[in-house]
Design a protein around this ligand. Structure first.
Ligand code: ADP
Length: 496
């Protein structure tokens, strides 16, 4: 097993990876931008090295700098987390060339799956159903027009190199095709340096259901069941769960088998996700393969009891995946909420500032993967996701109630967050009934948050921060006993 691994990431995922590395007695090496000097992930690692600059381009995306740091500090492997360099085939290749193990699949697989056209063709050839569509290197407009008519409107234009919903356009009728095509190509070109697009039939009210897969270097490919991720805003997931309320045991069996077939077709070795959309008739279609650990991987960890980072490390070191397919069980129900610094009253605009109060929920079946704490600065430079709340309970309704209660206890003051909004979604009768699809958030009317309506827990936290301590007779006694830590600045004023 590796002795020293560099985590080329920041925030909650860097903290979470460091935890498993340390459990495995592997030295966790962190990196940090100038804006992240005091960030949680820096103290979570055993060693951490600075990256000069602030923006992602100047820091966490500097593959040359990361490899240089790894090489000069005796690092043997690099874990990219998600985002940043995690799906850059060139980075995986550069690691290999520098004698470092990239924790993920091979550069060839990353490259092939990074092209949605190649990915679709590859898995379709293996017999996995794909969304009806059309792609070509010939961009003759009359041909595209003809193909869109043939598919039937609405159609979806997608970027071959796409990700994060960029370069994607829904076209309702032939009159809007030319304009949508031009803007999708322009957006894809600017975002990915690759303006190639293709057409897909647009499914009206689909669910997004994905399957966690894992391959090793011994030819074993297994699945770790599904995650339902239909609660999305602008094609970005915000609540994920497993099992999916939409799957019967028979449909689950077929979906997971299709995911394994797709992974086998590309000789996948590491953690990966095969994404599908599921239509109202229960027919599923392949969307893409994500060749990394996903944000929502803890949902799978909760229902299987496995640590996916641990399994990634074992597989990268050449060991077989620790369990056989028949040993894997989907136990109970798990649900994840992404806690983001954004204002639900202002079109979910990302919020910046300093976190003044941070109280995270606790209790059986409650897990919080966080990248922030009291005093953390939330800046414009990085993703607004601060933390993830993951709960596990015997049934779906029990998991929903546990999540709502945990959200009530979750207090972040200083920046506005989507915590109240998440609780509203979980408590919505249609969500509780499992009647969701990818436009669910968009189609519902959500009451605006009343800024005056501060949850009880927030009031409690505020009270905790200013209430005098009666156990100590004077401020001297207090400050003598507690001269460091986050409450020290408050002097004699502290919690019960
Ligand atoms: P990206 O890689 O940019 O995230 P995906 O192909 O994964 O793009 O799709 C993102 C989301 O867009 C899906 O979760 C789904 O909500 C929606 N979507 C994608 N393809 C279709 C389609 N053919 N019909 C309807 N919705 C789709």
């Amino acid at each position: 097993m590796f002795k020293k691994v560099l985590i080329a990431n920041r925030g909650e995922i860097a903290v979470r990876i460091a935890r498993t590395l340390q459990e495995m007695r592997i030295t966790a090496v962190g990196v940090y931008s100038e804006a992240d000097r005091t960030a949680c992930h820096v103290s979570a690692c055993d060693e951490a090295y600075p990256l000069s600059g602030v923006t992602a381009q100047e820091t966490y995306l500097r593959s040359d700098r990361l490899i240089e740091i790894a090489r000069s500090h005796g690092v043997e492997a690099i874990h990219p987390g998600y985002g940043f360099l995690s799906e850059r085939a060139d980075f995986a290749e550069a690691c290999q060339n520098a004698g470092l193990t990239f924790i993920g699949p091979s550069p060839e697989v990353i490259r092939a799956m990074g092209d949605k056209i190649i990915a679709k063709e590859t898995v379709a050839a293996a017999g996995v159903p794909v969304v009806p569509g059309w792609s070509s290197t010939d961009y003759c407009f009359s041909e595209i027009q003809y193909q869109a008519d043939k598919l039937g409107y609405p159609v979806l234009i997608k970027a071959a190199a796409g990700g994060g919903g960029k370069g994607m356009r829904v076209v309702q009728d032939a009159n809007h095709l030319a304009e949508a095509l031009e803007s999708a190509q322009r957006e894809a070109g600017a975002a990915f340096g690759d303006g190639r697009v293709f057409l897909e039939k647009y499914l009206q009210r689909p669910r997004h259901v994905e399957v966690q897969i894992f391959g090793d270097h011994h030819g074993q490919v297994i699945h770790l069941f599904e995650r339902e991720c239909s609660i999305q805003r602008r094609h970005q997931k915000i609540i994920e769960e497993s099992p999916s309320p939409a799957l019967t045991p028979e449909l689950r069996r077929r979906l997971c088998a299709a995911a394994v077939t797709a992974a086998q077709a590309i000789q996948y070795a590491s953690a990966g996700t095969v994404e599908f959309i599921l239509d109202e008739a229960g027919q599923f279609y392949f969307l893409e393969v994500n060749t990394r650990l996903q944000v929502e991987h803890p949902v799978t960890e909760m229902i299987t009891g496995l640590d996916l980072v641990y399994a990634q490390m074992k597989v990268a070191a050449g060991e077989p995946f620790p369990l056989k397919q028949e040993e894997l069980l989907q136990r109970g129900h798990a649900l994840e909420c992404r806690i983001c610094s954004e204002d639900a009253n202002d079109n979910f605009r990302p919020q910046t500032g300093q976190i003044e109060v941070y109280v995270s929920p606790q209790g059986g079946g409650v897990r919080v993967d966080s990248g922030v704490n009291i005093g953390s600065e939330v800046s414009v430079h990085y993703d607004p996701m601060l933390a993830k709340l993951i709960v596990h309970a015997p049934t779906r309704l029990a998991a929903i109630d546990k999540a709502i209660q945990a959200l009530r206890q979750f207090v972040i003051l200083g920046v506005r967050t989507n915590i109240p909004f998440l609780a509203q979604v979980l408590d919505h009768p249609e969500f509780r009934a499992g009647q969701v699809h990818t436009h669910f958030l968009q189609e519902q009317h959500w009451p605006v948050d009343d800024p005056e309506n501060i949850p009880d827990a927030a009031l409690l936290a505020a009270a905790l921060a200013v209430k005098p301590v009666s156990r100590f007779s004077s401020s001297t006694a207090w400050s003598e006993q507690h001269d460091t830590g986050p409450w020290a600045a408050a002097g004699p004023w502290r919690g019960l």
